[in-house]
Write a protein that binds this ligand. Structure first.
Ligand SMILES: [Zn+2]
Length: 95
């Protein structure tokens, strides 16, 4: 499973040097800045960072829940299929 907070985003340099800042959500949350190699940077507001952190956690939890539901449904589906075959009425063609 790819962790959402490892996803890398590209931001245009705020100083206008034309370069792109490549940074993960995790790094943005941990450092609260996105810095270009030219020295210009975004400084994120702590409230906004906390909000993003909370939502990243929610996305991760939703992914886990969805995977669990998928596994459970697959098992039920396979069991249902086996039962359907087992309990089918058999009609044999006479030769
Ligand atoms: Zn720059």
């Amino acid at each position: 499973m790819s962790k959402i907070d490892e996803k890398v985003e590209e931001l245009p340099c705020p100083g206008g040097c034309g370069k792109k800042i490549k940074i993960s959500f995790r790094a943005m949350c941990n450092t609260r800045v996105a810095k270009c190699s030219c020295g210009s940077m975004y400084k994120f507001k702590s409230g906004d960072v906390n909000n993003l952190k909370t939502l990243l956690q929610k996305v991760e939890q939703a992914e886990k829940d969805a995977e669990k539901a998928m596994r459970e449904s697959m098992i039920k589906m396979q069991t249902s299929y086996i039962n359907m075959v087992k309990s089918a009425d058999i009609e044999m063609k006479r030769r």
